[in-house]
Design a protein around this ligand. Structure first.
Ligand code: NAP
Length: 258
């Protein structure tokens, strides 16, 4: 399928975001790639161009509302439109509920929740100003459906993403804008390397043990790849999901059942 639609993806420099950007380029979309730092998105932009689509790389911190609105405006100015916004950027934190500090909690929420909210606001404002029946797609998680041990604060942010996804879906439906979320399971990205390392530090588990334990619980018997997640986001970004809004679908190989 090729089309002339344009998507913006945050956290697109590596991991799941990079996988989503490559998949959407393969689907025929042009891409605005947003990340904290330039090297990752510059490399992904080169891959998108090699796939025959246009790409712009925009550095922005998603926790900064003004920066997110500016990134959306820059995407429209440089690519001539915007139809899909994927609020993918996120960070993790590992530790027992008893030890979560105010600073850790603020930073987690600033990136994972504020960042998604600013993305929803900026996307919807841009879609409405241009009369576009756009699609907003947010990163939640299995941890947005179940609070995980040692991942309580992170889980709280991902539950909050589901709340904004549902409320925004209801508020923007009359404008023809859909809002959905994707909920991956255990994806072998840098985020899981860090989660596993912190579990090892805090619990005495061997490095790699926590990751293997989580992967061992997956019914389909293997860890998830960014491409597994991107295939679902491709569906959420495309016309086949036009009748779907306010959902936060699990795509986890069979790990959390709702
Ligand atoms: P990752 O490998 O750690 O990559 C995260 C990306 O987000 C990086 O490119 C990072 O940029 C960027 N980023 C972080 N903070 C940012 C900020 N304030 N502003 C802009 N960009 C920022 O993570 P991932 O595994 O791909 O995860 C992507 C999303 O999926 C996250 O929301 C995560 O919570 C969610 N998720 C992941 C898993 C999993 O198993 N990995 C499971 C469920 C849900 P830098 O490279 O510059 O740091």
């Amino acid at each position: 399928m090729t089309d002339s639609r344009i998507a913006l993806v945050t956290g697109a420099g590596r991991g799941i975001g990079a996988g989503i950007a490559r998949r959407l380029a393969g689907d025929g979309l042009d891409l605005a790639l947003v990340d904290l730092t330039a090297p990752g998105i510059d490399a992904v932009a080169a891959q998108v161009r090699a796939a025959g689509r246009r790409a712009v790389a925009i550095t922005a911190d998603v926790s900064d509302r003004g920066a997110v609105f500016a990134a959306v405006d820059a995407a429209v100015a440089e690519l001539g439109g915007l139809d899909v916004v994927v609020n993918n950027a996120g960070i993790a934190q590992v530790g027992p509920v008893a030890d979560v500090t105010p600073e850790e909690l603020r930073r987690l929420f600033a990136v994972n929740v504020d960042g998604v909210l600013w993305g929803i606001q900026a996307a919807a404002a841009s879609f409405q100003a241009r009369g576009v029946r756009g699609k907003i797609i947010n990163a939640s998680s299995i941890a947005g459906h179940e609070g995980f041990e040692m991942l309580g604060a992170y889980s709280a942010t991902k539950f909050a993403v589901r709340a904004f996804t549902q409320a925004a879906a209801k508020e923007y439906a009359s404008a023809g804008i859909t809002v959905n979320a994707y909920c991956p399971g255990v994806v072998g990205t840098d985020m899981w390397v860090e989660i596993d390392r912190r579990f090892a530090e805090l619990t005495g588990a061997a490095v790699g043990e926590t990751y293997e334990k989580f992967v061992g619980g997956i019914a389909l018997g293997r860890a998830q790849t960014p491409e597994d997640v991107a295939a679902y986001v491709s569906y959420l970004a495309g016309p086949d999901s036009d009748y779907m809004t306010g959902q936060a679908g699990l795509i986890d190989g069979g790990l959390v059942y709702r």
